[in-house]
Design a protein around this ligand. Structure first.
Ligand SMILES: [Zn+2]
Ligand SMILES: [Zn+2]
Length: 169
């Protein structure tokens, strides 16, 4: 059941933890369709400080170590309430993204846990669908999630780090 509460871009690549998920929060481990859960990450906006960064949203992609496929994990410009409803940011360019590196040992392979706090469906319908029926449909509430956490665990040294803990509304 929790799988369909995930935003569409994460369906099929999150191994949902039923014990940590309910109708308001979904938590799970990133797992590629090939079965591998070891990822190399690239990010924008977590530690960059350039002057024009304010207009670009945080973005994180994961390259599967098993099959080489790259999955988009988060783009603040189009996902979450800010991005999906308010269009508050632009999508960061891929060439501005940098590898995520373990701050303890320098390794680049991680397992990744994602937590999503959902937008209330009734509220979304009231605020968005009824106001902008050409732009939103009822089932889009999964895209307008309110909070995102992302925690990575280094495969080499076991160091755990929360890289995103972000309110999106
Ligand atoms: Zn894979
Ligand atoms: Zn490490």
């Amino acid at each position: 059941m929790a799988e369909e509460l995930l935003p569409r871009h994460l369906r099929g690549i999150i191994d949902v933890s039923d014990s940590e998920s309910d109708s308001a929060d979904v938590t799970g481990q990133v797992k590629c369709t090939c079965g591998c859960d070891k990822m190399k990450l690239r990010c924008f906006g977590l530690d960059n400080t350039r002057d024009d960064d304010w207009k670009f949203g945080i973005k994180v992609t994961a390259e599967c170590i098993g099959c080489g496929e790259t999955h988009l994990l988060f783009d603040q410009a189009v996902q979450g309430y800010d991005g999906f409803v308010c269009h508050s940011y632009e999508t960061a360019y891929d060439n501005r993204m940098s590898p995520v590196i373990c701050h303890k040992c320098g390794a680049e392979i991680f397992s990744v846990e994602i937590g999503i706090e959902l937008e209330d469906k009734e509220q979304f319908i009231e605020e968005c669908v009824e106001e902008f029926p050409d732009e939103f449909r009822d089932e889009d509430f999964t895209e307008a999630f309110n909070w995102l956490t992302m925690t990575i665990k280094c495969e080499k040294c076991g160091c755990v780090e929360e890289i995103i803990n972000l309110e999106l509304s």
